[in-house]
Design a protein around this ligand. Structure first.
Ligand SMILES: Cc1ncc(COP(=O)(O)O)c(C=O)c1O
Length: 424
């Protein structure tokens, strides 16, 4: 197989054959298909196999692959502007578009990835408050910045490791870990160390331990604790932003974070991140303030053009979100139905176009501990079955199934058909 040959050769030149660990399919009994092209809801591997794509580049491709408007924006920009490392009009256009169409972002700084956005947001919170400690939640993933690699979700959780080698004890001594959907665990940390806590960082809809929406009371309680203690609230909307709703998870809950981080969809499929929020906080960034953060490629014109074309299309087509909800509901109901008939031990969580199917005897999955009890052996079998039927999902129990606007009811029917023939 061409895919296998390429993957095997890749292992000679790139650790594990990949540039990001979870792509190596380490926890499922298969080599990854090597992807050659994508159009709309479909991707194709080097051997010519077609898959309905439910990974969507781990979230960014909400408009589907190679959307015409995004491709045209990239093409027309790169004829004249690839990179200057200087001020451009297109970076203003995207920043202004986000600040004026999304709530709670008065100013923002562009960076190149979600990791850069979250680590910079934490540095800004530390600089603003003059405090060092942060609270994160077990099972949430905010990128590979050292300070976050304690009980992290996503690939760290898939590998079943608590953190990462190479992270000095000193880097995580200021990281306090609370339990998701458990306000008491946050209260306890604030009681003891409230005056040292710079920020709480959270995925309001967690998407890196499967999908677990935060309880409204839990999230509102955190907002109150931050206010009471003079700490900042950072919503990491790298995954949920523009996906669960155009204005992100914060719009669903009606909660106002002090800083929001974005990535994935805002780059339209090109490498991009951003963090933004209250003006008085953002003005602490250099060159206005004392918090230093910089980037040669930040605000790259081609990336900005792809991002702007994507956000404009999403913002001017609110019906896309109606479509995504309809498909999400069909998928959720269909999977529940089949699982019930076949007596499969599953829990389904969903928020809009983010969906998770947990193989567990538990009746609910509300936090990291619940998610870790899932049967990854059954998941591996399920994964192998689905991909053999042309359904491309993430090779991990702890990642989301993502929908995009090009998916159709027939695509969901094909997912359900494939699932209906799965046997444990
Ligand atoms: C919520 C969240 N934050 C941060 C990140 C890190 O983003 P990136 O992989 O672009 O560095 C991710 C990546 O999946 C994420 O899901």
């Amino acid at each position: 197989m061409i895919s296998d040959d390429i993957f095997n050769e890749s292992k000679l030149y790139m650790p594990g054959g990949v540039n990001s660990p979870v792509r190596a399919f380490k926890d499922v009994p298969l080599n990854p298909p090597v992807i050659k092209k994508g159009k709309g809801a479909y991707i194709y591997d080097e051997d010519g196999n077609e898959y309905i794509d439910f990974v969507c580049s781990w979230g960014p491709m909400l408009l589907g692959h190679c959307d015409e408007d995004v491709v045209n924006a990239i093409k027309s920009t790169c004829e004249n502007a690839i990179s200057f490392g200087a001020t451009t009009k297109i970076e203003l256009d995207l920043a202004k578009y986000i600040c004026t169409t999304v709530d709670n972002v008065e100013m923002l700084r562009m960076v190149n990835s979600g990791t850069e956005a979250t680590m910079s947001a934490v540095k800004l919170a530390r600089g603003y408050t003059g405090r060092n400690k942060i609270i994160k939640f077990a099972g949430c993933y905010h990128g590979h910045f050292d300070d976050f690699l304690v009980d992290a979700g996503s690939g760290v959780m898939t590998e079943g490791i608590p953190g990462s080698a190479g992270v000095p004890e000193d880097s995580i001594k200021n990281t306090l870990v609370a339990q998701y959907n458990d306000l008491k665990s946050v209260e306890k940390l604030f009681e003891k160390q409230g005056s040292d806590i710079a920020a709480v960082i959270i995925e309001a809809v967690a998407g890196n331990m499967g999908v677990i929406p935060g309880d409204e009371d839990f999230l509102k309680g955190i907002r109150k604790l931050c206010d009471k203690n003079g700490s900042l609230l950072i919503f990491d909307e790298v995954m949920s932003g523009f996906r669960v709703a155009y204005k992100g998870a914060q719009s669903i809950y009606g909660i106002k974070p002090d800083i929001t981080t974005f990535a994935k969809i805002i780059g339209g499929g090109l490498p991009c991140g951003a963090y933004g929020g209250r003006k008085d906080i953002m003005e602490k960034l250099s060159p206005l303030g004392p918090v230093y953060q910089a980037g040669t490629m930040s605000g790259n014109p081609v990336v900005m053009a792809a991002g702007l074309a994507t956000l404009k299309k999403l913002h001017t087509h609110p019906e896309y979100y109606v479509h995504l909800e309809k498909l999400g509901k069909k998928l959720e109901d269909g999977v529940k139905d089949i699982a019930k008939k076949k007596k499969l031990p599953v829990v389904i969580n969903r928020c809009g176009a983010m969906f998770a199917l947990f193989f567990t005897e538990n009746s609910e999955v509300r936090n990291y501990k619940d998610a870790k009890k899932c049967d990854t052996g059954i998941f591996a079998k399920y994964f192998e079955h689905m991909i053999s039927k042309g359904i491309y999902i993430a090779p991990s129990q702890f990642e989301a199934v993502f929908l995009n606007v090009k998916h159709t009811e027939q695509d969901i029917d094909r997912f359900l058909e494939a699932f209906s023939t799965f046997e444990i």
